[in-house]
Design a binder for this molecule. Structure first.
Ligand code: GDD
Ligand code: MG
Length: 364
């Protein structure tokens, strides 16, 4: 079976970290989201994957080359953003018309059983079968009205508050029949959610498959942290310390934590619960780090504290500095000694912050 991964989005809501890496390469438990997806596709028996790329396309090509996880990789590189449907049409030559194929929104983490979705697809005469997930607030997603025999009779993308037909959302995982290509005009941007699914629903050719495994859209920083927390909870091993991790005297580790290779945890530091620390990070003495993700090669100096935040690659947090809930600090930033950054502040790559930031703002 073949699969398309939609990987061309800009990831605006994850700025500033998405300014320097595509959203699909954000680490989850220190492994890029896309690697998790590749692993699951390979386990399912997929043998060819097409990455539909635009934004930072070269980064993907350099990293994965022509094959990965035992699967052949091809790149469908758009000249302009074709949007979700246009990107699928653009990849038609890689997919061909022989059999149904999988399409995944690349920015979600899920443990959905692809085989069950495929089985559901084969039972109906659907042009598309979409995976559905139940959520509290459907307003950020596509929502559907579903009949008892799993037919989708209505599909609305991002319905205004209170107007969604149900709490069942489009999980961004589809099995599509090659007939789908007849529904998407070539050579222009097309949104499958706005332009194709509503039409299929009207024609009775759209089916749904509700699943209950893990599903997380990492679209916003809070969701990204939540994805790491959920996976820390789901992993059987609550404390994972990589190769050459050095934990100095008096340091306290509260599980669950995941610490990648070469990390130093200084004297009397307190890390966790819910700390994910990337490769070669240096934590000084008496550092507090909880409910946070730290990208590789960052430094958090003596007496600093980081709570509920994401710290970019190579960034330095000065001595005694405080980083509060909801902050996203970009790559290669310097936060000077004793600076306090209040909640929900974002700092762009390579900035230097020399004074306290008392209110929620974006430092560019
Ligand atoms: N190749 C390519 N070209 N990929 C694109 C483009 C494009 O022009 N635009 C978006 N993508 C990719 C993104 O990288 C992402 O993986 C996927 O398509 C979905 O786009 P998002 O921009 O993340 O959409 P969304 O999160 O607002 O909504 C979508 O996902 C929800 C579930 O997370 C929709 O499919 C909703 O219906 C769905 O509920
Ligand atoms: Mg998304």
């Amino acid at each position: 079976m073949k699969a398309i991964i939609l990987a061309g989005g800009i990831g605006t809501r994850l700025r500033p970290l998405s300014c320097t890496r595509p959203k699909l390469l954000f680490p989850i438990l220190n492994k890029p989201l896309l690697d998790w997806t590749f692993e699951r596709l390979a386990e399912t028996g997929v043998d060819g994957v097409t990455l539909a790329v635009k934004y930072m396309a070269e980064v993907f090509m350099q990293r994965y080359g022509e094959s990965t996880h035992g699967m052949k990789l091809s790149y469908s590189k758009e000249k302009k953003p074709m949007r979700t449907g246009g990107a699928i049409k653009y990849a038609e030559e890689f997919i061909g018309h022989e059999e149904p194929f999988l399409v995944l929104n690349g920015d979600i983490f899920s443990t959905i059983d692809y085989t069950a979705l495929l089985k559901k697809h084969k039972e109906s005469n659907a042009v598309a079968t979409i995976a559905l997930y139940r959520v509290e607030d459907p307003s950020r997603y596509g929502t559907v009205k579903l009949t008892e025999n799993s037919q989708v009779t209505q599909f609305i993308e991002k319905a205004p508050l209170g107007q969604a037909p149900s709490n069942l959302i489009n999980a961004g995982v589809y099995v599509l029949d090659p007939k789908i290509f007849n529904y998407i005009p070539a050579g222009q941007p097309v949104s499958i959610e706005h332009e194709v699914f509503p039409k299929l629903a009207k024609e009775g050719k759209l089916f749904g498959h509700e699943f209950k495994e893990i599903w997380i859209d990492i679209g916003k920083p809070a969701d990204y942290l939540r994805a790491n927390r959920i996976l820390l909870d789901a992993e059987p091993k609550k404390r994972f310390l990589g190769k050459d991790v050095n934990v100095e005297e008096g340091a306290q580790i509260s599980d669950p934590v995941r610490v990648d290779a070469g990390v130093n945890v200084g004297q009397n530091s307190r890390i966790g619960p819910y700390a994910v620390i990337g490769r070669d990070v240096v934590l000084g003495r008496n550092v507090t780090l909880e409910n946070s993700v730290v990208f590789p090669e960052a430094t958090i100096s003596d007496n600093a504290s980081v709570r509920g935040a994401v710290i970019g690659e190579g960034t330095t947090i000065g001595r005694g500095a405080e980083i509060s809930e909801g902050c996203v600090i970009g790559d290669y930033v310097t936060i000077r000694d004793n600076v306090t950054i209040s909640r929900d502040v974002t700092v762009c790559p390579s900035k230097e912050v020399t004074e306290n930031v008392p209110e929620h703002k974006r430092i560019i």
